[in-house]
Every structure is written in C-alpha cells, then in structure tokens.
Design a protein around this ligand. Structure first.
Ligand SMILES: Cc1cc2nc3c(=O)[nH]c(=O)nc-3n(C[C@H](O)[C@H](O)[C@H](O)COP(=O)(O)OP(=O)(O)OC[C@H]3O[C@@H](n4cnc5c(N)ncnc54)[C@H](O)[C@@H]3O)c2cc1C
Length: 484
C-alpha cells in the first residue's frame, strides 16, 4: 500500500465491506477500521448461549443476496429452505410462500387470481426491478415502465393495497407480515413497497441462509478484499478523524448520531444541524434460543420454512404495528422468527437447534417482551417452551450495545418512512457525499436503507470513484450510481 491511502472505511458492516471491495476492484488501496473484535457488523455469528450452538447476532435471512449487485457476484455458500416463508393461522393451518408464484397463489383461495396478477409480472422481472429499487434515489431509470408499475402500487399504504386487491384472510395475512418489515404502521404510505420487495425477493431468491451463520458472508467479503490488497483492522474504534492515516477519502459506515461524534468538527454547522434532525424508527426486542428439538409447529408447513411470520390475521398484525408506531407495546406482538438449523446442521450439535425471533417495540423501550413473544409462538406451536434449553433476551439497549448503528434498537439504521427513504440522511443530490470533499457516508442511513445488501456502501464507493474521475466498470454493469 502507498504512503497515502486511497480510502479509509470506518466500520465493517455489509455496507462498509461492500464499499471497500468496490475500491479494491477499482485498484484502490483501502483500510477498514472496525471497533468490534471481529468484522461484519450485522453479519456476526456467535456462541451466545452454549458451546456448539451458533447464533446470528443480527441478520440471518440473506433475502437480497441474489438480487444485490454488491453481493450477487460473490461465491457465497447459501442454504435455501424448502419454503422461504410460512405464516401460521389460528385454524391450525398456514399460508405459505413457495418459490413458484402459481403454487403460492393456489393456496390463497378466492385471491388466487389477484395474487398472480399482482406478483407474477414483478417476479418475472425481478432483476431489472431490483436494479432500480436498489439504485440511488435520484437516477435515470433504465426500466421506467416497470418502475412506474411498482411505484403506483408501492407508494400506497399496505392497508390500501390489501383492501384494493384481496378479500380472503390468507392473502391479507401474508401481505401484513411482509409489509410489517417496514417497522411502520401499515396505514403509512409506502409500506406496500416494503411488502412487495420482501415478497418478490422471497419468490425470486428463496430467502436463504449462509451455511454456518451469517459471519461466513462477512468472511467471504473480507477474504476477497484482502486478496486484492485491502486491509481490515478490528478492535480499532475511531473517535475522531484527526488520528487517521492520510487518505484521499474517508467513508463512514455509521449512523448520523455517530457521524456527528466522529466527524462533526470537519463538517459545516448547517449540515450537522440537518444531520441532527435525522429520525430513528421503532426498536426490536430479540430472543435467541437453544432448543432440544425443532419447534413443534401445529401446521406442518411451518417445519419446512426458514422464516415464520407469527401474528395471525391482517387485523392483529396491523393493530400490533400501529400500537408500536404510537409508542405502545402490543399484548400480541407481530413476531418474526428464523429457524436455520432445520436446514443447516452445522450451526448446532446433532438433533439440537437454534432459533431467534424479534418483535417491534417503541424506540429505546425497556419493557421485557419475552413472555409476549413466547406466548405468540406457543399459540401456533404448543409445547415450544418445553423444547427451550436456554434463552437470551436482547432489549433495544442491548442490541445497540452490540450494534452501535441500531440506535434505540432500530435495525434499519433510521426510520424508513417515505420521506426518509428519499432524504436519507437528508435531501441531497448525492446523499453519499457531504460538504467535506474527503468525507462520505456509506451506512444504512443512506439509500436504499436497512438490510444486508451492501448497496449503500456500493453506491458510496461509486460516488468517491466518480468524483476522482475513475471510470468504474462495475458501475456501468449495474446502472450507475450518480456522480458526485
Ligand atoms: C437482530 C437483527 C436482525 C436482523 N435481521 C436481518 C435479516 O435477517 N436480514 C437482513 O437483510 N437484515 C437484517 N438485519 C439488518 C442488518 O443487519 C442491517 O441493516 C445491516 O447490518 C446494516 O449494515 P451497515 O453496514 O449499514 O451497518 P452495520 O452492520 O451496523 O455495521 C456497522 C459497523 O460499524 C462499526 N462501528 C460503529 N462505530 C464505529 C467506530 N466509531 N469505529 C469503528 N467501527 C465502528 C460497528 O461495530 C459495525 O461493525 C437485522 C438486524 C438486527 C439487529
């Protein structure tokens, strides 16, 4: 590496690593500084309860691995469950998402035709659609009609989309679960887009897991960037820019609160004032379990699914999410659960299992939701608690302690309502840039926001390279990032 580094990336989450990888592919020297003892941010896997039981501390579902330009070229070892998702109902059955749209639609009774009409054209064109959806907010669309079709539906509140299209409880419940990934009230505009993005990715990619745990995704990213001359240093918390080695660019895989702490002095007052107005969304309350056997779901289909949405009908889920958006704790929370060891035996001793689940809670909540979450699971899987060997609860504060970007437990790196999807972290032609020409932002607090896709980092690196006048071929293949 030369005396003056090309780029320094602060933070090694999927976005920081994706940014660093794009630099090394363009022939730049890059140093990644990570505060934790291991790289990966939201991609860490640890034995948090018992030896031999590996839990993903944060992300498990690699929903966008095959659709994100930053990840899809990597040699990831993914395990795809037989069913991407199951959603149990109180009648003892379950509504499921299969890879095939028509098979899924067949399970939706009176809404079979409506589901096919809505989902089929979007799944058929998932790759071009996601090149738009994961692209920078301000860009010239390459598929304007497709994007318009998606946008007309997606801008609606999920509650409106459901009323317009579906009559039966099964399709309505399904859409409620997917749209609730927005962590917003389902009456908010734009929540339909979340539901559709999640649904399309489940059909297209099957919602796989990384074999052995999500840390293996971070390992692949680190291995590739080190092979190309990059360096990752862990245990190095950056508290200010002054002590950093000289570099042409510094990228921050941090949320606005911490950008202000680390780099506030190098940014103009008008910009920091706007950064301070950035809003965070609801938090999560997470539980990790080690289990003596698989979760005893009443509905057989749930035993074939990697992810299970627990919350019953549309009305219950919509009401729970609305309560959270009002700062309250629902007695029947909507629970998102993953059960990776059903399909990946390498994460636990033979015959034993791990699972995690979380529900949404008001930002920074201190309420213990263990009982409410487990009651919901027990409702659809009687005998669940008897299988629990050990549990660990993560309050929003504990989540933030392990993942500083999850302010108050917000796992999206900032509220993702329509306004803050566009103005992320603020309204600016190129949101990855700052008024300081050497300083850039690459975390989930930039578009396209939360989740493991690496595209915030990918676009941020693209902005740096384009400002340096470097023609980056990967940029052209994936639709451009917009100049600086
Ligand atoms: C419990 C949970 C479950 C989730 N499940 C999923 C899922 O199944 N699928 C999915 O797609 N997404 C999931 N997510 C969301 C996903 O993990 C995040 O959206 C994603 O990790 C954001 O990536 P990032 O690079 O922006 O930030 P992060 O992954 O948060 O990485 C930021 C990194 O910066 C480091 N850092 C912070 N401050 C400093 C500093 N001062 N100096 C040096 N380093 C610093 C941190 O230690 C961290 O490693 C989940 C999140 C949580 C918390």
């Amino acid at each position: 590496m030369s005396q003056i580094l090309d780029a320094i990336v602060v933070g090694s989450g999927p976005n920081g690593l994706a940014a660093a990888l794009r630099f090394t592919r363009a022939g730049w020297g890059v140093l990644v500084l990570e505060a934790a003892d291991e790289p990966g941010g939201g991609l860490r896997t640890q034995e948090v309860l018992e030896p031999g039981f590996r839990h993903d501390v944060c992300a498990t579902v690699q929903a966008l691995a095959s659709l994100s330009p930053a990840l899809s070229t990597l040699d990831l070892d993914l395990v795809t469950p037989p069913l991407p998702l199951a959603h149990p109902l109180d009648d003892g059955g379950a509504v499921v998402v299969q890879r095939s749209v028509s098979e899924t639609a067949r399970g939706l009774g009176e809404d079979t035709a409506a589901y096919r009409r809505l989902v089929e054209p979007l799944v058929r064109r998932a790759v071009p659609l996601f090149s738009e959806v994961l692209g920078p907010v301000i860009h010239l669309p390459r598929h304007p009609l497709l994007l318009a079709r998606f946008g007309v539906l997606g801008l609606l509140p999920a509650s409106r989309l459901v009323t317009l299209l579906f009559r039966g409880r099964r399709a309505r419940a399904l859409l409620a679960g997917f749209s609730a990934h927005s962590m917003l009230s389902l009456h908010e505009p734009g929540t339909a887009a979340f539901g559709l993005v999640m649904l399309i990715s489940a059909h297209y990619g099957g919602w796989p897991f990384a074999r052995g745990g999500s840390s293996s995704v971070a390992d692949v990213l680190v291995r590739e960037l080190v092979a190309q001359g990059g360096e990752v240093r862990c245990g190095e918390r950056v508290i200010g820019l002054e002590g950093l080695p000289a570099s042409r660019a510094v990228l921050l895989d941090l949320v606005p609160r911490d950008i202000l702490g680390v780099a506030g002095r190098q940014l103009p007052r008008a910009y920091t004032r706007r950064l301070a107005r950035y809003r965070y969304g609801p938090g999560i309350f997470k539980l990790d379990w080690t289990l003596d056997g698989p979760i005893p779901w009443r509905a057989e289909e749930c035993r074939l699914a990697g992810t299970v949405h627990v919350g019953g009908d549309w009305e219950e889920i919509a009401s729970a999410e609305h309560e959270v958006s009002r700062g309250r704790h629902p007695s029947r929370p909507f629970v998102l659960l993953t059960q990776p060891t059903l399909f990946d035996g390498s994460r636990a001793p033979e015959g034993r299992h791990v699972a995690w689940a979380y529900c949404h809670v008001p930002n920074g909540s201190r309420v213990d939701m263990t009982e409410a979450v487990e009651r919901q699971i027990e409702r659809f899987a009687p005998g669940f608690r008897d299988r629990v060997r050990a549990r660990r609860a993560w309050s929003p504060e504990a989540v933030e302690r392990h993942e500083p970007n999850c302010v108050g437990g917000d796992i999206n790196g900032g509220r993702q309502d329509l306004r803050q999807l566009v103005a992320r972290p603020m309204l600016r032609l190129n949101p990855y840039t700052t008024p300081n020409p050497r300083l850039f932002i690459c975390s989930a607090a930039t578009p396209p926001g939360g989740g493991v896709h690496g595209m915030c980092g990918w676009h941020a690196a693209g902005a740096v390279l384009s400002r340096a006048g470097i023609r980056d071929l990967s940029d052209e293949r994936h639709g451009g990032t917009g100049g600086s």
